[in-house]
Design a protein around this ligand. Structure first.
Ligand SMILES: C[S@@+](CC[C@H](N)C(=O)[O-])C[C@H]1O[C@@H](n2cnc3c(N)ncnc32)[C@H](O)[C@@H]1O
Length: 257
């Protein structure tokens, strides 16, 4: 597909991430070196338990893998892992790090809303701030369902809906104030604003996520609202004081029926 034929948000987000990939090299390198920890507040895997402990013999996919440190954690647990990402520049970092660490990954350039793999190809799918926020949930959740075997699990971590509605419409740091309609949450367009976040991302009201999962054929295994531990500093556009009081991030753990 040429850039011209891609949906507006996929095209926009590709340009956004290709332009900023160099700013994500250091955190990618750190992720590849370290033990699994998650999200802005680097909460440990022992607390969140997002990955099966032993992934031997499992086929896993990371949807919007970026520098692919999550993919590397799954490969080190024994899975055979595919990572798909919309940005060639992010994948260039991922490919270099995979070679440096001697970890075998299949890394694909593409859109996680339309993955070139057959139905039921995977036991486990995950996204940490990849498809989880940059893809349209009405497209990527059914696509993840298609990719999973019956009984397969999808885990994703992204912005909590409360954080999305507390972000000023000019993209400035999250505030203790409601800035947009909760019920209208879907596509958030940051392309014309002066501050990061930039690009176009997505969220839904919690009832909207639940309805989508039910209609798609997922059961909810768990829902986590993540709290920043004391003593953290601002990450991206979320002040730590805010995230100590309200959920800035959420995690869904789902199973395909
Ligand atoms: C923040 S990174 C996620 C990777 C890593 N877990 C992290 O937090 O750094 C976001 C990634 O999502 C990718 N992305 C955005 N839209 C996408 C799409 N439609 N399909 C696949 N990947 C996408 C971007 O290219 C970027 O590499």
């Amino acid at each position: 597909m040429t850039d011209h034929e891609l949906a507006a948000h996929v095209r926009e987000n590709r340009a956004y991430w290709d332009a900023r990939a160099d700013q994500w090299i250091a955190s990618g390198e750190q992720g590849w070196r370290g033990e699994p920890n998650w999200g802005c507040w680097e909460l440990p895997e022992s607390q969140l338990q997002l990955l099966p402990r032993d992934m031997s013999g499992m086929a896993a996919i990371e949807l919007g893998c970026g520098t692919a440190y999550v993919a590397s954690w799954m490969a080190r647990r024994g899975a055979s892992v595919v990572g798909i990402d919309n940005s060639e520049q992010q994948l260039a970092t991922a490919r270099r790090l995979a070679a440096e660490h001697g970890v075998q990954l299949t890394l694909l350039h593409g859109n996680a809303e339309a993955v070139p793999y057959p139905d039921g190809a995977f036991d486990f799918a995950i996204s940490e701030y990849g498809a989880a926020i940059w893809c349209d949930p009405l497209l990527w959740i059914p696509e993840a369902h298609r990719l999973l075997k019956p009984g397969g699990e999808l885990v994703f971590l992204g912005n909590a809906p409360l954080a999305s509605i507390c972000t000023p419409v000019n993209g400035a740091a999250v505030e203790a104030q409601l800035h947009r309609s909760y019920f209208d949450l879907h596509r958030l367009d940051w392309t014309k604003v002066e501050h990061d976040p930039g690009g176009m991302d997505f969220n839904l009201p919690i009832s909207g996520w639940l309805r989508l999962f039910r209609q798609t054929g997922f059961e909810v295994l768990d829902y986590l609202e993540l709290q920043a531990p004391p003593g953290r500093t601002t990450r991206h556009n979320t002040p730590a004081w805010w995230a100590e009081r309200w959920p800035s991030e959420h995690v869904w753990k789902l199973r395909r029926r």
